[in-house]
Design a protein around this ligand. Sequence first.
Ligand code: SAH
Ligand code: SF4
Ligand code: F3S
Length: 461
Amino acid sequence: MTRPRKLYVKSFGCQMNVYDSHRMADMLAPEGFAETAHIEDADLVILNTCHIREKAADKVYSELGRMRALKAAAARDGRRLTVAVAGCVAQAEGEEIIRRAPVVDLVVGPQNYHRLPGLLARAEREGAVVDTEFPVEDKFDILRAPSRAATRARGVGAFVTVQEGCDKFCTFCVVPYTRGAEVSRPVIKIVAEVERLADAGVREVTLIGQNVNAYHGEGPDGAAWTLGRLLERVAELPGIARLRYTTSHPCDMEASLVAAHRDLPSLMPYLHLPVQSGSDRILARMNRRHTRADYLKAIARMRAAQPKMAFSSDFIVGFPGESEEDFRATLSLLDEVGYAGAFSFKYSPRPGTPAADMPDQVPEAVKSERLYRLQAAIDRHQAAFNARCLGRSFEVLFEKTGRHAGQIVGRSPYLQPVQVMAPAIMIGDIAAVTITDLGANSLFGALAETRIDADAMLMEA
Ligand code: SAH
Ligand code: SF4
Ligand code: F3S
């Protein structure tokens, strides 16, 4: 019998890449590739890359420097190491990657993962293969399902891509170019995938897409279904205790999605709704297609439907032309919404996007100073939200063993990590936990002694 070849996939960037990395491993499993946790043992390394900011893209080239040494070490052992670059840098830079880093054998864009076995065979024969086409066939039809063992090993929560690509063209963003036009998967395909995951023990499913609430996949009735309708259908599947979705755009908060938050107990009351800026002038220059008031209205509709909702967001500071006054509008929006958490980034000019060519770029020092102030405000909000959780009880879905012996870690409905002294056999279970202490990055809790009604455990805004 031939030795199974070892595969190491390293993911950068967003949850789409995490999902895609799993799909690539699943595609290669029947070809005799077993995943390894040790990069030094690998016969094939796939770097699944992100192009969203300059720093993210730079990481790839420093990683490829390491690959050169690894490839040489493998050759000394009489082994061949194949290096593939996948993801959004692959799509954006294509052949340029091989020119800059000849250690790379294969460059494959996100729309071509279903072709991996053939591309790899060619790369091993000829070297330097690049595939960044947008093919006509549907990759989801050809991609392979994970084995039950692989699903189990990946844990109790899983991502399922329901929508890919973006037609919004925010002026700072590379996603419409690296992921292409918006495409939604049909409902029956998604339902079948979630059923398979549930069957292997998955308890929480996050439906993902770059613009997930623009979902408009074909339903079993032939009509285009909204995300709200899809969530309602997926919520019916036995075994799935929790549902989430990400990432949403403020312009696509359709009525059925708002209603789903009111009607579906398994839909977690937590929404990541990126706003990017609190200034209308900057939002217009960003081509966000919504104003500050539109955004606040979307939040208010959600809160009216589900008073226990909490929110998070993404912010960009130092977008071209951003004045101190614009930036203060972002700080005041933060206070107006009262986020449970948020991500913030310095604007990074990306080649080929309109904002990169805008004349009034903000100096680096100003960006750094604003990021510092914004992060301090976000930290304050997050600490305040966490402090409100102290003494309350939440349902926690336990995911893995904790840092200390006897501890296990799970997530609250609001995605906060919660550390609890409890037996490892409870991993995969949902139990009521009373929050007893606040840590820097997680909450500490104890299993609640009496049964509590799940809904009574959520936070009133
Ligand atoms: N589809 C999502 C997320 C896209 S990328 C949305 O519509 O918001 C994730 C986050 O990266 C964005 O929300 C944005 O805050 C940030 N981002 C995107 N392009 C960026 C750039 N050029 N510079 C800095 N941050 C950027
Ligand atoms: Fe990028 Fe804007 Fe599309 Fe989000 S909505 S992926 S930020 S272009
Ligand atoms: Fe990065 Fe591509 Fe995701 S650019 S954020 S990996 S869609």
